[in-house]
Ligand binder design. Structure first.
Ligand code: DQA
Length: 164
């Protein structure tokens, strides 16, 4: 007996063709990674994280543009400038996650798909870290996987952008 398996291919996203550019935004104090509370944030430096993201971007055929700032207004400006330049945003807003209506409004304003990431699991930490102003305007959030949060976040935004 011959058994034929028919695989429906219409729903399979084409991961090879679409050129994508992703803005990777790092908020305040993330420039100190490597030396900053390594028990919480791990020992990777920001440069190493950006390097890993660039390498992962190569595999996924996307360009990643990392920007770090300790200044809320600079982060807002960078989000505005992303419109028309990048197709998605991967953001670790650091402490501004828990305080910044301005960042939230900027993301909503440019209407670019955004994935929020955190190295630490913000829900296992102090109560003031449990609330995110970014989460309601993000397509999703990844929290608690150290440097893998960024890698998973990059996969999530690319998958979202390439879905049919
Ligand atoms: C963080 C968590 C925030 O609460 C904190 O203020 C940070 C880093 C994280 O990646 O775990 O700066 O966003």
């Amino acid at each position: 007996m011959i058994v034929r398996v028919v695989v429906k291919s219409e729903k399979v996203p084409d991961l090879t063709l679409q050129p994508l550019s992703i803005l990777v935004l790092h908020g305040p104090n993330l420039n100190l990674l490597g030396q900053r509370e390594p028990g919480i944030y791990g020992s990777f430096t920001l440069a190493e994280i950006n390097h890993l993201l660039a390498a992962e971007g190569l595999k996924l055929q996307v360009e990643v543009y990392p920007v770090q700032s300790n200044h809320e207004g600079v982060l807002v400006d960078t989000i505005h400038e992303a419109f028309g330049k990048h197709q998605g945003i991967l953001i670790n807003a650091g402490a501004y996650t828990h305080t910044s209506v301005a960042l939230r409004d900027a993301i909503a304003g440019v209407s670019l798909p955004t994935v929020e990431v955190h190295l630490s699991n913000i829900y296992r930490r102090e109560e003031f870290r449990h609330h995110s102003y970014i989460a309601p305007v993000a397509i999703g959030q990844i929290s608690g996987f150290g440097v893998q949060s960024y890698i998973l976040g990059l996969h999530a935004i690319v998958q979202h952008l390439r879905k049919d």
